[in-house]
Design a protein around this ligand. Sequence first.
Ligand code: FPP
Length: 249
Amino acid sequence: MKDIQLDPKRIPQHVAIIMDGNGRWAKKKGELRIFGHTNGVDSVREALTAAVEVGVQYLTLYAFSTENWNRPKEEIAALMDLLVQSIYNEIDELNSKGVKLETIGDVEILPKTCQNALIDAKKKTKYNKKITLILALSYSSRREIAHAIKKMTQEVVVGKLSSDSINEDLISSYLSTANYPDPELLIRTSGENRVSNFLMWQLAYTELYFTKILWPDFKKKNFFRAIYDYQKRERRFGKTSDQILNENV
Ligand code: FPP
């Protein structure tokens, strides 16, 4: 972080990342796609270490989308194996760093080995307080919103919830991210400028940072650069610049 001076008072509480470009990275090297994913795990470690270093409290990683189930089944199996291996290899390190592991998404449809590794890791890290690492696995934002609507509707039907009480905060509380603040910063690697069905409700006011760097090349300094870029931005939430300036004097 030597050459990047971050303002410690304006570190985002929650950073979300769409880790993209593993396949292209591997292809450029003449390797199979899984080689890219394997190297992507090093970047996960870098991002997590960097986040802990500057005091980010929640880091959400888009590790597997519902759309990713359409990939060749060999790639899906290799990704799931990689996830299980990574959890078992990293669990002690995660614990020593104070990382609490949580997940969002339809985790119950992942292979049993994967589910067991996650249950185990969540249990072991549950009292850690330094940072919460949220893995989005088999995650779809539209699905999450549809699920929340379904649940609220069922509760209205049985009289547990009044339709008058439905507002933005209540909707947020029915999402899988209910316990986390909305991300202030979203990073997407590999030059794609899309949100791709990731945290669409939660990203309403999030600063978006797109970089051409492919995920396996994304290192700590790139994470710090994204935060630096975020700190240069003025977050107005619909107000004027003058209003924001007056609030800060
Ligand atoms: C996107 O690259 C990446 C993924 C779908 C998987 C991300 C998984 C990891 C980084 C490894 C496992 C994660 C953890 C948390 C241990 P892509 O395959 O879409 O790349 P492409 O767009 O170049 O094809």
